[in-house]
Design a binder for this molecule. Structure first.
Ligand code: AMP
Ligand code: GLY
Length: 417
């Protein structure tokens, strides 16, 4: 069958790499894609904001499944318009993508379905937020309600800071109780009724070593997240993910696709921090290498409402770890155009190099974004996978880029203990 993949990041390169291994695939198209994705797919210059153009392309190429990678087209309702044209889609409709697109929506759903999460209030304006702040202790968490690419969250340690964050935010807000614990990500596939766990990961959001400096989209990740033990994973599925999928179905807005639960592992059990309506980036770059099942068949089972009949997903016991190479300046303004070489040498060392912000310029690969590459390696332990990823990185020539040298440090500390 023919498949269209929407997106252009490292996550989509990992999905393309895995989809291309499916015996059920005839031809993979990607819009807009990137030079790494082009190794597995034909790139098409579609404007993905033009839903009619996407529908017409799908009809002209007999596309049997559209896989939507990033959140923006989901929140914009691309899946709705494809489904209205009777094209199968892996990814939620607009109403279900609110689980990522509106923090207030998700908090209200948690309250209604009794799902463990931080206590909160919603406010439509700064005045309302200031009036609702006093009962909260410190630190307190102030969040913009809408999509903010990870930048809409302030953890205020003083009242002054909280007031400033509230005044700086424009638009609706959520104020939350601060949760402490370790964070882990749990992925689940669902066709709207059946839901199955689909691996776990931990990422490093801060730009600097030792988890310092400003937040980014993610500088590295590893899978599985061993802190999310099988017992905790079962509890998170039973108390958080399954009731969410049920509540969405009961509301007439079933969620179809991958639900990415950001969890805080508190002494009282896992609590939901947030949902994403898509795979993580760079979490997909560590989940896909460990996935032994046929991704295309699993996604199709979700899109066709047949997940209950599909074989449960299988993952290898090995650890996968990915290190992001970013362009100097990221997460501020990244330096564009820097030359990149040596990817073949890195892959010859056993790593997989997923491309994110890259572009080809006169036969030369150059940087064209903040996060440029995600270098993934596997091994029996995190330490092993980490050494293997860094020895591949050391073969890459990208003078205008940088990476953190400590991805996986928490797990490595635990392994040596
Ligand atoms: P979010 O965009 O909701 O995932 O928040 C981004 C990051 O802020 C999370 O990954 C957490 O590290 C932190 N965070 C968000 N909400 C809370 C909370 N209620 N308590 C503690 N940390 C939080
Ligand atoms: N790495 C975090 C995310 O994809 O949202």
């Amino acid at each position: 069958m023919n498949v269209l993949l929407i997106g252009s990041g490292g996550r989509e390169h990992a999905l393309a790499w895995k989809l291309a291994q499916s015996p059920a695939l005839s031809k993979l198209y990607a819009a807009p894609g990137n030079p790494g994705i082009a190794r597995h797919a034909e790139l098409v210059a579609l404007d993905v904001a033009d839903h009619e153009a996407v529908v017409n392309f799908c009809r002209s190429r007999s596309i049997a499944l559209v896989v939507i990678g990033p959140e923006a087209p989901l929140v914009a309702g691309l899946a709705d318009d494809l489904r209205a044209a009777e094209i199968r889609v892996f990814g939620p409709n607009k109403a279900a993508a609110q689980l990522e697109g509106s923090k207030g929506f998700t908090k209200d759903l948690c309250r209604a379905a009794n799902i463990p999460t931080a206590g909160y209030v919603r406010a439509e304006s700064a005045e309302e937020a200031l009036s609702k702040l006093p009962p909260f202790g410190l630190p307190v968490v102030i969040k913009a309600d809408g999509l903010a690419a990870g930048k809409g969250v302030v953890i205020a340690t003083t009242r002054d800071e909280a007031h400033r964050a509230i005044r700086d935010a424009d638009g609706p807000l959520v104020i939350e109780e601060f949760l402490s614990g370790e964070e882990a990500s749990l992925f689940a596939l669902t066709d709207g009724k059946t839901v199955v766990p689909f691996g776990s990961a931990q990422d490093h959001k801060r730009v600097g070593e030792g988890d310092s400096g400003p937040n980014t989209g993610g500088m590295g990740a590893y899978s599985p997240a061993r802190v999310l033990t099988p017992e905790l994973e079962r509890a998170a599925m039973r108390d958080i993910v399954e009731p969410t999928v049920r509540a969405m179905a009961e509301a007439g807005t079933p969620f179809v696709g991958v639900l990415y639960a950001g969890l805080m592992l508190t002494p009282g059990g896992p609590k939901l921090i947030e949902y994403n309506a898509r795979f993580g980036d760079p979490e997909a770059q560590v989940l896909m290498p460990r996935l032994e099942s046929d991704l295309l068949l699993m996604m199709l089972a979700c899109a066709e409402g047949r997940l209950a009949e599909a074989e449960p997903p299988r993952f290898s016991d090995r650890v996968a770890l990915t290190v992001v190479m970013a362009a100097n300046g990221y997460p501020g303004t990244p330096q564009a155009g820097g030359a990149i070489a040596g990817l073949d040498r890195a892959e010859a060392a056993g790593a997989i190099v997923f491309q994110a912000g890259t572009r080809e310029e006169g036969g030369q690969l150059v940087a064209a974004g903040g996060r440029v590459l995600a270098v993934t390696a596997e091994g029996p332990t995190v330490r092993w996978a980490q050494q293997s990823a860094y020895s591949a990185i050391d073969r890459i020539d990208f003078p205008s880029g940088f990476c953190r040298r400590d991805i996986g440090w928490r797990e490595i500390e635990r392994e040596v203990r």
